[in-house]
Design a protein around this ligand. Sequence first.
Ligand SMILES: Cc1cc2nc3c(=O)[nH]c(=O)nc-3n(C[C@H](O)[C@H](O)[C@H](O)COP(=O)(O)OP(=O)(O)OC[C@H]3O[C@@H](n4cnc5c(N)ncnc54)[C@H](O)[C@@H]3O)c2cc1C
Length: 437
Amino acid sequence: MNIRIPTAKTLRCDVLVCGAGCAGIAAALAAARQGASTILVERAPFAGGIMTCVGLPFLDGIADSVSGKLITTGIPRELATKLGLCPPNAKTIYDFDPACVYWPHKTAYIRNIERLKALLDRELLAARVRILYHTTACEASVQHGHIRHVLIANKDGLTAIRPHHVVDATGDADIAHFAGARTELTPPVQPMTLHFRIGNVRNWTKASELAARRECRRALREGALRVFYGPGFSFCFAPNEAYVHAVRVPGNAADAADLTRAEIQGRADALAMFDRWQKRIPAFKHSYFITSGPYIGVRETRRIVGRYVLTAADILAQRHFDDAIATGAWYLDMHSNKATAGAAAKEPPVYPGPYDIPYRALLPKRLDNLLVAGRCLSATQRAASSARVTATAMALGEAAGTAAALSARAKCAAPNLPITRLHAALRRRHAAPASFS
Ligand SMILES: Cc1cc2nc3c(=O)[nH]c(=O)nc-3n(C[C@H](O)[C@H](O)[C@H](O)COP(=O)(O)OP(=O)(O)OC[C@H]3O[C@@H](n4cnc5c(N)ncnc54)[C@H](O)[C@@H]3O)c2cc1C
């Protein structure tokens, strides 16, 4: 696509990272630490993506969810260390506070999301990343398979960024889509979820949880809710504060109008649940609704169709790839668009062992300077349901940011970067995939 850029301002950089979520923060840190001049744009007023935009504290994929052995030992472990969760050389999830082993699956969680926001600001600034919050990447211009400009919109109006390489960490493959790369969206996509937190919950027991489930079922029968899941209650932030996984909104978050509808529906459903629970369940009698969001959580939209498409069969067979750049470890985690009382899914989870994710799954076809990281990687819908989780997304971002910086320095196309050079750089940062470390 060849668009005219209607702006007088142009910024230049080696690496532009779009989206400061799980993948984007790692990509920006990795690129800047390799010495690349790096710009990071994020539509929210802070970094962290799902962790801060939605309030999700779990670092799933950081360890083998069965054995507890640490898998993502680069930036995910570094952030966990700087948040005071584990020593710098932690080898297993058991090096964390035992309370970190939170779910039946072995994982870690962040105790205070506000501290994470501040930590990410500090780390990005220390690495000399040029950060632009409140900034949306909204168009890309391409010439001869090369992204020339990415257009951003913020309080300055429209600005063109002319990067050497781009990392698309928007979750929705926005840049790949704007640049005309092949993407796919597999209907029905998994539902969105608005998380919410309830304070001053007293005398919580299993009976309270079952009563909350009964109330959701009743709301469904009466037509007050169209769908829900769980509900799942975690008391991970404070002993009397419930963090609730329950809202389920089917829809397409890559469509602006549908995303707006989902936000409105999610808020209405969260309050409908809370009102019923407060009225009828003793544990909620004195409780209050603290907050939701601030954004509805989006599990799935577009994924690129890249130079390799990772499949569930690859994951379950723990297929080895010579160009592996990250290791996944989470189960295949598909959410249905129907109500699933008492759980998130109808089927029990399928656990793979640690598995390789190839570099080619980050590379769109026919574009030489775009890399994609996070949940919009090149994978089938089922494979992405495992590879999308937070710590794995960070590992993908770290690999993409490193590769973008090395390619910019070598003035080569991202697909032509020798994989041995990428492995060596990742190894120096303790971020090589398990099968190459
Ligand atoms: C409700 C819900 C519950 C989940 N539960 C878990 C869980 O318990 N454990 C777990 O590990 N994973 C969980 N996941 C999955 C996981 O959190 C995500 O898949 C993960 O966040 C993917 O990382 P990402 O960097 O690709 O996307 P994100 O973390 O979503 O980051 C994308 C970032 O890009 C920004 N952005 C988007 N478009 C633009 C644009 N055009 N310009 C600028 N910025 C843009 C967004 O604001 C965001 O900050 C859950 C997901 C959802 C939705």
